[in-house]
Unconditional design. Sequence first.
Length: 296
Amino acid sequence: MASTALPQSSVPPVPVRRLRGNRRALRRALTYAILIGVTILLAIPVIWLVITSLKAESEYVSNTLQIFPKEVQWRNYVLALTMIDFGKYARNSVLLAGGFALLTVMTSAMAGYAFARIPAPGRAKLFGVVVGLILIPTTIYIIPQFVLFSQLRITNSYWPWILWGVTASPFHIFLFRQFFQAFPLELEEAAEVDGARTFRIFWQIVLPNALPALATSFILNFLGVWGDWVMPSLYLTDANTTLAVKLINAYLNPQGYAIVTPTLAASVLYILPPVVMFFIMQKYIMQGVVTSGLKG
């Protein structure tokens, strides 16, 4: 009798499948171990800042290594809020950073959409100029801009940040242009068939679906002003300055020496608004047009 050959199974033997599963589990465990290690390294300075802000001043200046405070000193946070008008300088920072970020995001989004969608003679060359401006260090603008704003008599005001915001940012123009180029063109064409003009298409269709790019750009612009020390110290007096400038030499004893623990407590309060804003906006950063669905 002729023997019938059994069909070979495409499924690998059990030991092979088990070996592949073990390798995948090992790679996953190694990946998580690396991520956890990097997270811990990045978190150590913040953890040290929070712990030290709760120590007594004598514990900080002591030569004895002591990680945790003997007694939690919430008084450091009371001093941080009362030794200076913390609320006023925080409002100045929020107003300046938020207003600048909002203006820059809107003007950069409009310019980026124009470069991505509106045909015009010399558009590619002009966009090349915009990209080239990204490579120029902003520090070389400091002196010419200060001389110009001084002659316009708009120093000691927020007008420089308003003008910077209105004129957009080369990097964020590039960011929005790349985002809008990947935007589905069919939606805009359908809106044009319905009689919508360019600005209406941008405002009602494109912009509501650009939340990831808008959130990213807003956070970057906000942090750029929130953490800036050079421009506020150059243009603003003490009454209008920001929290970043004021914290440099705000907490001094009668002899003129810095009191470290209230300064660290103020630093903890200083980093809270950007952290809270990031956690609020992270869902918009993480989502994309494909995963979130198109609106409008």
